[in-house]
Write a protein that binds this ligand. Sequence first.
Ligand code: IPE
Ligand code: IPE
Ligand code: MG
Length: 236
Amino acid sequence: MGNVVYPKHLGIIMDGNGRWAKEKGLNRSLGHKAGADNLIKLLDYIYKNTSIKVVSLYAFSTENFKRDKNEVDYLMKLFVTLFNSKLESIKKNNVKVVFSGRRENLPKNVLEAMDKTMEDTKYNTRGILNICLNYGGDYEIVDMTKKIAKQVLEGNLKIEDITKEVVSKNLYQDLPPLDFVIRTSGEKRISNFMIYQSSYAEYDFPDTYFPDFDSKCLEESLDNYRKRDRRFGNVK
Ligand code: IPE
Ligand code: IPE
Ligand code: MG
């Protein structure tokens, strides 16, 4: 951990669960289960062995509601078990869990499990786990705009006082910018993931499907990150 450079904010687009299952002749749901089991191990590794402070996970996009009802129902059930019991190790690692996304359309038991997880972890200080669920980067910008417009209309904010800080405070979560985003499974797109926060992020697109993306794969991605020359518009 010592002098090794880590991103402060890491994003993971956990993709490839369905293809992982298909290649094994299994139902897509079993791919999601394997992905969730892998996630627990990966997060435990991150919070124990690296100095990464914030992890944002893409768990379910607003667009994922287009999928077959069976798959959506399975995922919602998986989230409930994940938040109610499997995230215990996260709590032990002193990590604060927050959520990004729209609450509408999420089943009541998922919302309750989310609320309990936030409540149980709100004083934790080691790091933040931001779970993007029913999340769309475009909707986040729409929702931020509405919140700011309301403050202006109600006389609590002047238009000339709208700054980047104000924008950031009115997003779902006020987090530092993403330094590094990993999308597993070989797809090279960001599919509506944190489009505002990733303005200067570095990307890595490993071919591995998420259920197989273990700590060794993560270390390989982090090595790629360390080789990048982040200039932020400057010259070196
Ligand atoms: C990512 O895996 C998990 C979610 C989107 C919820 P996919 O389900 O997208 O897996 P592929 O892309 O079909 O392999
Ligand atoms: C993005 O993956 C959403 C999550 C990983 C939760 P998708 O599999 O839904 O994205 P597309 O459809 O391939 O762009
Ligand atoms: Mg996919």
